[in-house]
Design a protein around this ligand. Sequence first.
Ligand code: X3X
Length: 331
Amino acid sequence: MSFKKILSVLCAGIILSIGSQAMADDYKLTLKLSHVFSPAEQLTKSMDAVAESILEKTDGAIRIQTFPQAQLPAYKEGVEQVVRGANFISVEDPSFIGDYVPDFKALYAPMLYRSFDEYVKLTRSKLVADMQAKAEAQGIKILALDYIYGFRNLITQKVITKPEDLKGMKIRTPGSKSYIDTLTAMGAVATPLPWGETLSAVQQGVVDGLEGSEFTNIGTKVYEGPTKNVANTRHILGTCGVYISTKVWNEIPAKYQAIIQEEFTKGANHMVETLKSQHGGVVKELESYGVKFNEVDGDAFRKALAPLYAEQPGMTPGVFKAIFSELDAMR
Ligand code: X3X
């Protein structure tokens, strides 16, 4: 190649890199972030803190507007916004990703985890990385999976200790099949409702109870209603993921992608540690409001839930075996 040709290629390269730098410097993006949690709940505070940090660290280039309490499309509809390529971040539990990648229903199966840390460690495994790759192939970039809001327990008027106690009881759940199948297997009449309709449904006796974490109980004031008994089933580890369209994500300059990813990762770590430290105090505060906690026949509930570890259509063969193997290796 002649010297003149080399020089012109070099100049073109320099012009291109200056151009892309200029584009990156002029780049601005506003994303709407939607979730169902209330202002008093840690997830809401964590999302607001992460959005603020990203705005600051990108010098105003990436603005994330947060919308709590399902003000925007949430649950299944929120994930659909992501899949459609909207400038939208959906924060929902992984069961809603299960509609696109069934392996996430296995990750969110009942009575798998004994602690927050076990789940967090599993989300860092190659097994889950492979699941995330499948989600990306469906247009969903997963920025986090571990915005844990606590083990979900039964919250009812009647004291529940075993599956038979739930016979005929209408228990509110979120609308994903994972919850409906779980509460059905536990012996209840699963009654899916959006969170926004739940407390009034409990108050009016439309449902006999609900299930949720102590952080939900205290953060949304469930304890003010008639359901004062908490049965420590710990049947599902309540956790949220953070989901953005791969199309939108791939158009964000790499330097901003790195900041976004780092801040959501840090935000989840902070939320996990915060809730671990707060749980004991939250239980005592709920007890001061008249809430009573009771242990349950864990073996009976585990037996009732065992059929849910059967692989569902679309799941990777052996996915449950792989999850159990990862968890056994941690214990
Ligand atoms: O997708 C996120 C979770 O499934 C939401 O669970 P839900 O609908 O029981 O709401 C939990 C509450 O803490 C919301 O305030």
